[in-house]
Design a protein around this ligand. Structure first.
Ligand code: ADP
Ligand code: ZN
Ligand code: ZN
Length: 841
């Protein structure tokens, strides 16, 4: 794959003639990475038309002065009807960047999730492939320059342009040694010395590694002997040459400079002098940044126990019937080992395997596990990776390189250019983070993966200990195949879950901070036994609200309708919606009183209380604030794994499938905020979250213990969690969904309206909702404000459209689109943003 833009010389007047002697012109339809409803058409020459294929990149002019990277969708000879097609700017790639299966998949996503294919394009490919315009400075060849009229700094730029055809702004900065060069450039433009050019450039630069080999004059046996003789009086240099032989003999692989330094024990200077004398020769190989250092196939696959075997058989049986299959296996039942077996078979058939995970918190442990089995055949792809790394994985998948036979990644990994996908695994399929919330496409990676598998004729397995109501419903209706593992691996029993009534404890004044007596007892016992503890609180920061006890004022975000969260470490009040923050105030801003108190509590406060209650214990915290940066998670997870920490406090990040050997107690600080969340899925989610976090306890030998603190110990969901009764939970939740016509019984489309003016938003949302009611009657809910009704100075209102399964989804969407057209025709409403979220969760 070429790195630099590949261009074909345009040949003017090369259009061919058809049989009637009329000139036939060539066009391409392209996908632009912007939300346009239709594909745009450009004119190409005959040569370009012969060369271009769907999925190749071209640079095209758009609007007044912009240049975009676009993707060829179709090459044809039909001119556009309503506009004169422009010429493309340049061909950018020699080979298609995406294949036709992907283009079909993108089209499905755009149709289903009600967005444009351009938006899918922008999300799907690494941004490095979407070239940016950057200003280039060129010398103006047509002008006669009077050198004497130039100031010193202007002359420097002029002179530099005599040697270089173009300069970038930052290069000019370096030449004149100052930051702000725009005034200089302006003067040079006025004096007709330079021109500015909008140019495209590639952001991606492959990382090159320096290798050494023997200079070509010395490779023959005779040459070699002569060389060694000549070096007898330079023992250091001859040592280097000998070491190079040695390394070459054992490794039969290219020798890195650093390796040679180490083996020969010599300095950079010695090696450099050998290079200067052409005894050694330097060369460069492009390498990938993500490398696996171990040996391939270091570990053997584990043999499955009888329950895993049975599940594996059932899965394969379902695959034979081309069914999407759900694997429901309790926490720690060894689902991952089953996935590994399937992946192994998939790559033995020469196909590619994709392992999707909800979030990257989990990947650290899993990558290591998969690499133990599959060595360098595993690639990783997710948003915390740099652009460069993502480009490398993309190219490896595109070129079907062995190292990308198995890709593990978050939802965007689904967009990689697979050409022969054999298996997709969607692990923790119930996780909400598989759904992209913002921006469009607001797709559900699990559902879009099912469509992708279909397009490839690949197998797809959804796995979870706590399947989503949808997937379990589909399995019950036999739309999906089903397999199950009901026992933990090694017959470890499920943890013992105890509910603790904190209302009662409060009344009896038995609470220490946010800890009940029972929880404290259990923590003490666990720590004494040398085991580890996980504590879960689904809020970060110290406290969500800081309140004046005199006047009741609490600091609010100026941009959002929400209180500022108190962060004690940074002595800050922060908004969790827009990141607005202010320094902590010592006294009330409203009344000046110093009696400030906190309401509610977050992970910081739990951590702080632990320091007082268990001064000897080493406490770590895992939440958004402590896991920033690429290796944020890794550090904390590793420290806990290595038992450098005794207690880990964290938010829902802790729940995602982590496998710790020595954790015997899990404490839920407060289950109520989960249960009371205003959403029809709150109960399902609480069950999943509490079951998953409980599943971190006692995974190896003895039975784990879970303490759930709550004001509401008789809540049916908590009962179902403590008796591990998924079926009962499913039955009750399904009944409620049927009553209120929510998924999986109905589909829903959530329409969000957004505007900075409160009144306009209200009017607009009402108008739109009325239009919807005219068509859909009682299946329209709202408009309603969400719990946080203003974010970043934009007011929000929602309308929900429920669609039953007899109704045509396509027709429904078309009706909604028609209403939107009339809506946009009203100029007063045009500035209101309308956002569709299909299958909103
Ligand atoms: P799950 O994904 O279902 O929560 P895991 O796959 O993480 O469970 O398995 C739990 C633990 O049991 C892991 O430490 C794993 O290595 C171990 N394990 C699972 N299956 C086997 C097996 N067949 N042989 C040996 N160890 C196993
Ligand atoms: Zn006050
Ligand atoms: Zn805010």
């Amino acid at each position: 794959m070429g790195i630099w833009p590949f261009s074909i010389e345009p040949k003017p007047g090369c259009a061919t003639k058809d049989r009637r002697g009329e000139t036939m012109q060539n066009f391409i339809n392209v996908i632009l990475p912007i939300p346009l409803e239709k594909l745009f058409t450009y004119r190409v020459t005959q040569d370009e038309a012969d060369f271009l294929l769907p999925g190749m990149r071209v640079a095209v002019p758009f609007g007044k002065s912009k240049i975009y990277t676009a993707l060829v969708n179709e090459v044809h000879t039909t001119p556009p009807e309503v506009y004169e097609a422009k010429d493309i700017h340049q061909v950018l790639s020699e080979h298609p960047l995406v294949n036709t299966i992907q283009l079909k998949h993108w089209q499905w996503i755009a149709n289903y999730y009600m967005c444009t294919i351009g938006e899918v394009f922008r999300t799907a490919v690494p941004s490095a492939f979407l070239l940016e315009s950057e200003t280039l400075i060129l010398k103006n060849d047509r002008a006669e320059v009077d050198e004497m009229s130039l100031k010193d700094d202007e002359f420097l730029v002029f002179e530099a342009l005599q040697h270089q055809s173009s300069l970038k702004v930052h290069e000019v900065s370096a030449i004149v040694e100052r930051k702000n060069v725009l005034p200089i450039l302006n003067r040079l433009i006025e004096k007709n010395v330079i021109l500015l050019k909008e140019e495209l450039y590639e952001q991606y630069k492959p990382k090159l590694v320096r290798y050494l080999r023997l200079g070509s004059a010395h490779t023959s046996e005779a040459g070699l002997e002569k060389l060694l003789e000549s070096l007898t009086r330079a023992p250091k240099q001859s040592q280097v040459v000998l070491s190079l032989f040695q390394l070459q003999a054992v490794r039969k692989k290219p020798i890195k400079v650093t390796d040679l330094e180490q083996t020969s024990g010599s300095s950079k200077a010695v090696i450099k002098s050998l290079v200067d004398k052409a005894i050694l020769e330097e060369y460069f190989i492009q390498t990938d940044r993500v490398n696996y250092d171990g040996e391939d196939g270091e570990y053997d696959l584990k043999s499955l126990n009888e329950y895993q075997e049975k599940a594996l058989d059932d899965i394969k049986q379902n695959f034979k019937n081309q069914k999407v299959t759900l694997l429901k296996g309790v926490t720690s039942s060894g689902k991952t080992e089953v996935y590994v077996k399937l992946l192994e078979e998939c790559i033995l058939e020469g196909k590619q395997g994709l392992y999707l995970l909800p979030e990257i918190a989990l990947t650290t442990q899993l990558i290591a596990r998969l690499q133990d089995y599959f060595g360098s055949k595993v690639s990783v792809y997710h948003s915390k990776y740099s652009i460069q790394e993502r480009v490398e994985v993309w190219n490896n998948v595109l070129d079907k390189k062995p190292k990308a036979q198995i890709v593990i990644g978050a939802r965007s990994a689904m967009f990689l250019p697979f050409s022969s996908l054999g298996l997709i695994i969607v692990d923790e399929e119930h996780e909400g983070s598989f759904k992209q919330f913002d921006p469009a496409p607001r797709y559900h990676a699990r559902d879009a993966a099912i469509v992708l598998a279909n397009l490839h004729g690949a197998n797809i397995l959804l796995g979870s200990a706590t399947p989503s109501i949808e997937s379990f419903y589909n399995a019950k209706k036999e739309k999906y195949g089903f397999a199950e593992i009901t026992r933990r691996y090694g017959n470890v029993v499920m943890p013992d879950i105890e509910l603790v009534d904190i209302k009662e404890q409060n009344r009896k004044k038995r609470m220490k901070g946010h800890f009940s007596e029972r929880l404290l007892e259990e923590i003490t016992e666990t720590l004494d036994a040398g085991e580890q503890v996980i504590l879960f609180q689904n809020r970060r920061g110290y406290a969500p609200i800081l309140e004046c006890t005199t006047c009741g004022h609490s600091p609010q975000c100026p941009n959002c309708d929400v209180s500022l969260t108190y962060h004690q470490y940074k002595k800050q009040l922060r908004c969790h919606y827009c990141s607005h923050n202010i320094a902590l105030q010592e006294s009330c801003q409203a009344c000046g009183s110093q009696t400030l108190d906190t309401k509610g509590f977050g992970t910081e406060q739990v951590e702080q209380e632990l320091h007082t209650l268990f001064p000897k214990a080493k406490v770590g915290r895992m939440d958004l604030d402590t896991t920033r940066g690429k290796y944020g998670y890794e550090k904390i997870i590793t420290a806990f794994e290595q038992q450098e920490l005794d207690i880990l406090v964290g938010t829902q990040m802790l729940t995602k499938g982590l496998d710790f050997r020595n954790v015997n107690l899990v404490g839920i600080m407060n289950a109520d905020s989960l249960l009371n969340f205003p959403d029809y899925r709150a109960h399902e989610r609480s069950f999943q979250l509490l079951t998953q976090v409980s599943g971190r306890a006692g995974r190896t030998k003895k039975r784990g213990k879970v303490i759930i603190q709550t004001y509401n110990p008789y809540h049916q969901i908590l009962k179902q969690v403590s008796t591990n009764d998924y079926d009962e939970m499913f039955k009750e939740q399904l009944y409620e969904r049927e009553q209120y016509k929510y998924p999986p019984v109905n589909r829903i489309i959530k329409i969000t309206f957004k505007h900075k003016e409160y009144n306009k938003l209200n009017d607009a949302a009402d108008w739109f909702a009325k239009g919807l009611r005219n068509v859909f009657g009682g299946s329209v809910l709202g408009p309603e404000y969400p719990p946080v009704a203003r974010i970043r100075n934009q007011y929000l209102k929602h309308v929900i459209v429920k669609i039953n399964h007899e109704q045509s989804l396509v027709k429904t969407k078309n009706s909604i689109r028609r209403i939107e057209k009339s809506f946009n025709a009203i100029s007063f409403y045009r500035s209101v943003r309308v956002i569709y979220n299909v299958d909103h969760i």
